[in-house]
Each structure stands twice: as C-alpha cells, then as structure tokens.
Write a new protein. Structure first.
Length: 267
C-alpha cells in the first residue's frame, strides 16, 4: 500500500521555557501544506528500507519509519515489510518531513494489517518518535504546546490565499536553532493571535528562532525580505528553518527567488 505524507508549516513559534528533561516548552500553530513524500510498504521475507529522491542521511536503523515498525512490532504480530520512501519534502527545512513519514507509516501499518488503533493510540506511538510526529496523525490545523506534542484544534482555513514556500540552498539543524534561542513567557498567546486578520500577523506573530538563525544565515533572512517585497501579507521561517513561507492575496512574481532557491507553489 502507498500513502503520501505531507509537510507542515509553523505559523508563529514561541519558546517559553527550558524543561528539566532537556527539551523546551513552546507554542506554535501547525498548518498542513501540500508538499508530499511517497511512502510504500509491501509484505516481504525481511524488514528492509530503501529510498529515492532526496538523499536521506543516516543509517537505516535510525530512520523513523524503521523505528516505528519496531515500536508497533513489540505489541502486534507484524510480518516483515519492505519500505520504500520517495523523499521530496526538503530536509533541514523546518517542515516536519521525517515526522510526517513516521506518522503516516504508523497509519499505513494500522490500515494494512487492520490493527484497530484509535487516533489517540496512534498519537501516543507517534509521540515516542518525535515531538511533532503526533500532529500528522489527524493532520489538521492545531495550536501546539508543551513540547509541541499536545494540541488544541483551531479553525484556520487559508485556502483563499496563495501560500508559497521557498527553500534556500542551506540546511539548519535543530541543535543549531535551539543554541541561539532564549526562552521567554509570552504576553499574547498564539491561540488568540491566530484569529487576527492575516494582514495583522506581521505585527504580532513571530518565530523565536529567526533572530539567531538570520544572524548566521543571511540567505534565509534575504528570502523573507524578498517575500515581503513581493507583496506577502505575512512571511516567516517555518519551525527551525531553513524554509520560509509567504502568504499572499494573489500569485506573486518570484522570478528572482526561483533562480537560486527551490520554490513550492499553491500550498
């Protein structure tokens, strides 16, 4: 069976405090977008993992889909499967591509082998694989808090706008992003700010990672500036970067950005 994991963008991201377990508490809005990988599993005589498209770093054993298989195998009599992942979602982009693959893999196992897992149970499994994995189980806009793995549903529909995402030729590691951030309690929660008109977001909604990332990566800062110059109502780095998205009323002219960056349209 085959499925098509999609990416997400972060609309706002506030790092509120460092936790005793070494993680950080945060608040953000997760919003799904139409950049997709392709993930296929087939019953096989042994567990295997192959990939195509963008190169995936690391060992097979460290891939989140493989970890997801072993996680469910502890509780269910799963046969070995051959996993093939065609990678299209940019890596090191703040788009949650690896987390999406893991979550969609859990859903695919549940469907293929009729495991009868509830949404809550699949989310519990996904949380053990990564902070934002659980979001992709329901894959609907949410206000995320704690480590980014607890959710409140929100009513947010951006289908009437043009969302464009730009990926510059640079990757940002999560470790690099967190090294430069300073946790702070928020005065205005994103849970309320997200219901402001999109044109007002620029004044109120920010991504805490941008300050330090922009200092070290001028090309990412330049992409955000170019999106505003092209008429974006709101532009922001997604997650810990390096991708930057813009929300427009009409289709913009991004010819200059397309020369040196990967541009994804109509998200």
């Amino acid at each position: 069976m085959i499925t098509f994991p999609n990416a997400k963008i972060n609309i706002g991201l506030n790092i509120t405090e460092r936790r005793a377990d070494g993680y950080h508490n945060l608040e953000t809005i997760f919003y799904p977008v139409k950049i997709n990988d392709a993930l296929e599993i087939m019953v096989s005589d042994k567990l295997s993992f192959q990939s195509s498209g963008l190169e995936i770093p690391g060992r097979m054993e460290d891939n989140l889909c493989v970890k997801g298989y072993h996680l469910l195998k502890k509780n269910y009599d799963l046969p070995p499967v051959a996993i093939h992942l065609h990678k299209h979602i940019p890596i090191g982009a703040g788009l949650g591509g690896g987390s999406a693959d893991a979550a969609f893999f859990i859903k695919l196992l549940n469907q293929t082998f009729e495991l009868g897992l509830t949404v809550d149970k699949m989310q519990d499994y996904a949380r053990t694989l990564g902070a934002d994995c659980a979001f992709f189980i329901e894959n609907k806009p949410v206000f995320a808090f704690e480590k980014g793995d607890e959710f409140e549903p929100i009513k947010l529909d951006l289908s009437g706008y043009k969302i464009v995402l730009v990926m510059p030729p640079v990757q940002v590691s999560t470790a690099e992003a967190y090294r430069g951030v300073k946790p702070a309690i928020v005065k205005e929660s994103l849970m309320e700010l997200i219901y402001l008109p999109v044109a007002e977001w620029k004044k109120h909604i920010k991504n805490d990672f941008e300050e330090s990332i922009f200092k070290n990566h001028a090309e990412i800062r330049g992409v955000k500036a170019a999106l505003y110059e092209a008429g974006a109502l709101y532009a922001s780095m997604s997650g810990s970067g390096a991708s930057v998205f813009g929300i427009f009323e009409n289709t913009p002219d991004l010819t200059r950005l397309e020369k040196n960056n990967q541009v994804f349209w109509d998200l």
